[in-house]
Write a protein that binds this ligand. Structure first.
Ligand code: ARG
Length: 464
């Protein structure tokens, strides 16, 4: 098809260059935003008397028809079109003749693409945030089932102090909670309308930018037209929010990989969410977790792509910016896919409470509490710490734990020990005593869960 911009040219575009230049293979997904934007633009043209009001209505009507035809599969995207914006305009002009050519009055593809991308990404943010919320819901439900499931907490992947599985899962709830805030923060920052910026310097037509901004759901028009067409902060910000959210999913995935290994056996994944090996019949592999971990690299890469793509661009629009879409779309698709796979996988996993408790029993995770016991009996913490260290060494020599070390041995190292030491270092007690805000005690975790239910999960509870 001849190009819309052919007037200045004597030759047709080389077909390979056309392919190189074309973005329709990846920007066609913005068709809804493009058509909505055009309908409001043309309505404004009519209202302002820039084109005849009847003509404006006829164009808007045909744009709606094009939208329906695309939805119903009656109109297919032309892979040779330059981009989705040109494609829709070309179809319109084919259908309406000269009238269709009036749509682009007072507008440029530069403000059009900036508008479409913002509108498309706003919707994606809502969807992603919804999926993060569903994931939080699953984590909270699992936490509620495991308020008393004692397990070792780790530092340096060494058993450190007793916590509960609920406490561990709720740490991720906090991360995902921040992800939602970050996503909506992006939404707010991108919610200004670039339409009317024109190619770079607005237009001489009396366009009403407040009208188009309002009817397209924006807070208002962007206040500088150069910025309007060349700002891609919103892509970088969203790519960043997604990369961080993926990083959280990746860390959780890594823990699940560990937890379902024979070395831990803290959890078992449902068969529907694990895979086998082509050669080793005994294998049950956590491929989903590994893929999420792997795809996190991709999303970090997309952020780097966008930052690097933008860093040397002079104002205003440059074609480099067409590269924004594949990067941000890939991040959007990837995070949605990962969120919607991770949630049901967590929901269906079995928690092996006994193995967690067993792991808690080994590894001296109650040593801090043993030292605290002596502090409560009047010793300075550093002295208590040293005595407990010697006790641990003694236990290792004898092949016992602090719970099974005879009282006489305790007393030999410090006469402050009495038979109540065994109760003081029971893992349940160690957990229950840590009941300050943010702690692992069932009481503290229940408070946390209730806060999350009353805030992040509020609407969902009301709907139920
Ligand atoms: N497909 C282009 C993009 O994605 C649309 C803007 C083109 N504008 C231009 N002046 N060539 O960025």
């Amino acid at each position: 098809m001849a190009k819309m911009w052919q007037g200045r040219f004597k030759k047709e575009l080389d077909s390979k260059v056309n392919d190189f230049n074309s973005s329709i293979s990846f920007d066609s997904r913005m068709f809804e935003a493009d058509i909505q934007g055009s309908i409001i633009h043309v309505t404004m043209l009519g209202k302002q008397g820039i084109i005849d009001e009847k003509e404006s209505k006829a164009i808007a009507k045909e744009l709606s028809a094009i939208y329906d035809d695309i939805l119903q599969g009656k109109l297919l995207f032309d892979p040779n079109a330059e981009d989705i914006h040109m494609f829709i305009e070309e179809v319109l002009t084919k259908r309406l003749g000269d009238l269709g050519k009036k749509l682009h009055t007072g507008r440029s593809r530069n403000d059009q693409v900036a508008l479409d991308l913002r509108m498309y990404l706003r919707k994606q943010i809502d969807e992603i945030a919804g999926l993060v919320k569903s994931l939080i819901k699953v984590l909270v439900a699992k936490a509620e089932e495991n308020l008393h499931t004692v397990m070792p907490g780790y530092t340096h992947l060494q058993r450190a102090q007793p916590i509960t599985f609920a406490h561990h899962l709720m740490a991720y709830v906090e991360m995902f909670k921040r992800d939602i805030v970050r996503l909506f923060n992006c939404f707010e920052l991108m919610n200004e309308c670039p339409l009317g910026s024109g190619a770079l310097a607005t237009t001489t037509y009396p366009v009403d930018r407040d009208f188009t901004a309002e009817y397209l759901g924006f807070e208002g028009p962007m206040l500088n037209s150069l910025d309007g067409v060349s700002d891609r902060d919103y892509c970088m910000e969203l790519a960043n929010a997604i990369a961080i959210c993926m990083t959280h999913m990746s860390r959780l995935s890594e823990e699940i990989v560990l937890w379902c290994s024979w070395e831990f056996k803290f959890i078992e994944l449902d068969d529907a969410y694990s895979t086998g090996s082509s050669i080793m019949p005994q294998k049950k592999n956590p491929d989903i977790c590994e893929l999420i971990r792997g795809k996190t690299g991709r999303c970090a890469g997309n952020l780097t792509t966008l930052l690097t793509m933008m860093k040397g661009l002079p104002l205003a629009y440059n074609k480099d910016m067409q590269e924004d879409k594949e990067a941000i779309f890939d991040s959007v698709d990837t995070v949605k896919l990962c969120l919607s796979t991770l949630a049901p996988m967590l929901d269906t996993m079995k928690v092996n409470k006994e193995n967690m408790a067993d792991a808690g029993k080994k590894g001296f995770i109650n040593a801090t509490d043993c030292a605290d016991y002596l502090v409560k009996k009047g010793l300075a913490f550093r002295d208590a710490y040293k005595i407990t260290g010697s006790l641990v060494a003694l236990c290792i020599d004898k092949g016992v734990t602090l719970d099974t070390l005879p009282l006489d041995d305790y007393k030999q190292l410090c006469d402050k020990f009495d038979s109540d030491i065994y109760d003081a270092i029971s893992l349940e007690k160690c957990v229950n005593e840590r009941s300050v805000v943010g702690g692992p005690a069932p009481r503290a975790v229940t408070d946390h869960i209730n806060k999350i239910k009353a805030t992040v999960l509020k609407e969902e509870n009301e709907e139920n």
